[in-house]
Write a protein that binds this ligand. Structure first.
Ligand code: C2E
Ligand code: MG
Ligand code: MG
Length: 583
């Protein structure tokens, strides 16, 4: 029921109003003075106030002004009940904040209609307030949800990178230096996703997060900073040596397998550590340094750790310079292809070439691939550069074939990154059409690791390639997973035995046995075997004795630029200068 406060020094006037407002029912309250009215507001909670103007003490205008100045009540409509009708008097009422007038003597019809319209106003105002309150609550709730999304990783429910940066910013700002950032990265996590799928990968990440959390001391923080990357923020750490037991414990905790999808899975991590210091201005810098140290640890192998050192940042800088140099080199066409002959150990004749990229650096001269391919693989630049090499190699093969060397084959290396590039097949097709090379004379070399990183995809792509009659070679065989088991699942044509086996081959030694096994297996699977890195006649003899079919190495020729390749001469070289071994 709407509540109406009537303020009038004459109780009779109240009685009149009460009689006039008997229908519909209102809750009527009476105050005999302005002071009394103000004091009664909280108890009465009026929806409208009917205010007499002429009163002893505080007059109606004064009271109206005071009530309108109170934040809690300023929205309650005040209707002035007055015998005054002069324009100035009414203007005074308006200036004091009054909402309407009723003239005395009060007319019932007028009174009821003014009260109704003021109540309508009041109701609309209250609805607006309620709507605002709901809106405000929704906004606050959404903001809180967003904060959680930003500050929490949805998979592991650990705090997020953003949250860590915020905490680090607080430490840096407070000039705090006795803390450490320990950056963890899982070793070869891609293999898990590649072999078991993302669902299992995610479960493993959750299991890792749960295990790492058990090593968390109160007040410290464990954060998921990236896909397979976690970060500890540890307090009360002053020196490297005090941290080593913790690092060892974490490394050891990975000796136990994780149980995921009913399987036991082993995982290792590398760690990079940055200790807090007053030199840090930005929280990102700390994280970056821990990451750099982690990257260094990775280069040492699985399950390693490194503390950040200044020199590392310099090394990082030269890496970045290398990256931009390589980008420029691609634009300036500084990549050239060298060719190394592949020899049939039976006929001792050249049967093909392997294309090997070189960087013709404007200042440094010819740069070998070992110095820049890892960087290009990480940045993805290997994809366009690999295509440059493939095109050059196919063009060259076409030229040689047109000169009459119709049986020559061309081997081209494919990196993991190219292998997972969605346009790979289309790019190869286009180059074959452009250069008019018969795909049967092209051999693509991929490493075991490229295959194992994404076995499913590798099977699909190698099958696509073979359906075009392109041959597939497994490069550096024996150095990677050396899992002979996977060979039958792949349709490949050639195995290239890594030069580390050829290097130290002696009668009956371990390498000899390994090569023997590889050759025997290849014969069963009908694969051709190519021995890499043959440098001495001795090595050649052992390989011939083991029945290895093809060879490549400095003994025959180093990789050469086209300008230095004379096929007539190469073909007439009697490699049989070296005695052929009876098999
Ligand atoms: P790879 O494919 O195993 O190539 C054979 C490497 O062994 C070449 O090194 C070659 O020069 C070297 N080599 C050949 N015979 C001998 C020998 O008798 N003794 C010694 N010590 N070494 C020998 P290079 O040209 O430095 O290439 C290194 C690696 O870089 C290659 O290994 C290959 O994995 C990669 N690479 C080269 N060019 C390309 C390319 O165009 N694309 C991709 N993705 N990788 C490439
Ligand atoms: Mg190769
Ligand atoms: Mg190789």
């Amino acid at each position: 029921m709407p509540s109406i406060l009537i303020v009038d020094d004459e109780p009779d006037n109240f009685d009149v109003i009460e009689a006039l407002l008997s229908e519909p029912t209102y809750e009527l309250h009476y105050s005999p003075s302005g002071k009394d009215a103000i004091a009664a507001l909280d108890a009465v909670q009026p929806d409208i106030i009917l205010m007499d103007v002429m009163m002893p003490g505080l007059d109606g205008i004064e009271v109206c002004q005071r009530i309108k100045a109170m934040p809690k009540w300023h929205a309650v409509p005040i209707v002035m009940v007055t015998a005054l009708s002069a324009k100035e008097d009414l203007a005074k009422c308006l200036a004091a904040g009054a909402d309407d007038f009723i003239s005395k003597p009060v007319n019932g019809l007028e009174l009821r209609s003014r009260v109704r319209s003021m109540l309508r106003l009041r109701q609309q105002h209250q609805e607006l307030l309620a709507f605002n309150a709901v809106l405000e609550e929704t906004v606050q709730q959404r903001t809180a949800e967003l904060q959680t999304i930003i500050h929490q990783d949805s998979l592991t429910k650990l705090p997020s990178r953003m949250f860590l940066l915020q905490k680090l910013a607080e430490l840096v700002q407070a000039g705090e230096s006795s803390f450490a950032v320990v950056y963890l990265d899982c070793d070869q996590f891609k293999l898990v996703n590649g072999s078991f799928g993302y669902a299992v990968g995610n479960q493993l990440l959750q299991a890792i997060a749960t295990r790492l959390q058990t090593y968390l001391s109160p007040g410290d923080l464990l954060v998921r900073v990236g896909e397979d990357e976690f970060c500890f923020l540890l307090h009360q750490v002053k020196t490297e040596s005090t941290l080593i037991p913790f690092i060892q414990t974490i490394l050891q905790s990975f000796n136990e397998p994780f149980i995921v999808a009913n399987c036991e899975m082993f995982m290792t991590v590398c760690m990079g550590i940055a200790l807090g210091s007053s030199v840090y201005q930005q929280p990102e810098e700390l994280l970056q340094h821990a990451d750099t140290a982690m990257y260094k640890a990775k280069l040492q192998g699985k399950g390693c750790y490194q503390f950040f050192k200044r020199q590392m940042a310099l090394a990082m800088l030269s890496r970045l310079t290398l990256e931009s140099d390589l980008q420029r080199a691609l634009e300036h066409r500084e990549f050239v292809t060298y060719y190394q002959p592949i020899i049939s150990l039976k006929t001792q004749k050249i049967c093909g070439f392997e294309a090997l990229v070189r960087w013709k650096h404007p200042d440094r001269g010819m740069v070998a691939p070992g110095e820049f391919i890892p960087c290009m693989e990480e940045t993805g630049l290997i994809v366009p550069v690999g295509m440059v090499v493939l095109r050059q190699a196919c063009q060259q093969l076409r030229i040689w074939q047109q000169q009459g060397w119709t049986e020559l084959t061309m081997s081209v290396n494919l990196s993991v990154r190219q292998f997972t590039c969605p346009t790979l097949l289309a790019d190869i097709d286009r180059i074959l059409v452009e250069t008019e090379v018969d795909p049967a004379y092209l051999k693509l070399e991929i490493t075991e690791s490229a295959i194992m990183e994404n076995a499913q995809m590798a099977i699909a792509i190698t099958e696509e390639l073979r359906s075009r009659h392109i041959q597939i070679s497994i490069d550096d065989f024996g150095t990677g997973y050396s899992s002979l088991g996977y060979l039958h699942r792949f349709s490949v044509d050639n195995l290239k035995i890594d030069r580390s086996f050829v290097n130290q081959i002696r009668a009956g030694n371990r390498n000899y046995q390994v090569v023997n096994t590889i050759v025997a297996l290849s014969q069963q699977l009908e694969l051709a075997v190519i021995a890499e890195g043959i440098e001495t006649t001795q090595q050649l003899q052992w390989l011939q004795q083991l029945g290895c079919e093809f060879g490549q190495g400095y003994l025959f020729s180093k990789p050469l630029p086209v300008s230095e390749i004379d096929l007539n001469k190469l073909y007439s070289i009697e490699f049989s200068l070296y005695p052929l071994v009876e098999s």
